[in-house]
Design a protein. Structure first.
Length: 129
């Protein structure tokens, strides 16, 4: 099974609001970045990447957690980040049952993460020359 199939399977296995939430957030990620790469890492965690990791999608009993690898470097005017705020690098969005996430603001975070990853990659290529 490839990563996308494993993510499909995880969503189906959850079979409750967590699966629906993960499915909805995955759709927004793909809408924000049609070139996103889906991966399956860390002993069974969906990961979305583009020029490096964008975010992970973990499901727990009471939350779906989307952890942005470089979230501390992203602008978050809508204040979507509500977890891992004390870290120097990562930031996360914890979504509880019945909560909605502002789709436009979330897509802006994804696009910001892609821009950050691709700008870092360009800078590294320039230094290597």
């Amino acid at each position: 099974m490839n990563a996308s199939e494993l993510i499909d399977k995880r969503i189906a296995e959850l079979g409750d609001w967590r699966g629906e939430t993960l499915k909805r957030m995955r759709k927004l990620i793909k809408e924000a970045d049609p070139e996103v790469v889906e991966e399956w890492k860390y002993m069974g965690t969906p990961v979305w990447s583009h020029g490096g990791m964008l975010c992970t999608g973990e499901s727990y009993k009471a939350i779906v957690k989307l952890t942005f690898a470089k979230g501390a470097s992203l602008k978050d005017p809508a204040k979507l980040f509500n977890s891992s705020l004390e870290g120097k690098v990562r930031r996360a969005i914890d979504i509880h049952e019945g909560e909605a996430v502002d789709a436009g603001a979330f897509k802006a975070l994804i696009r910001g993460a892609v821009a950050l990853n691709t700008s870092v990659a360009k800078a590294k290529r320039k230094r290597a020359k």
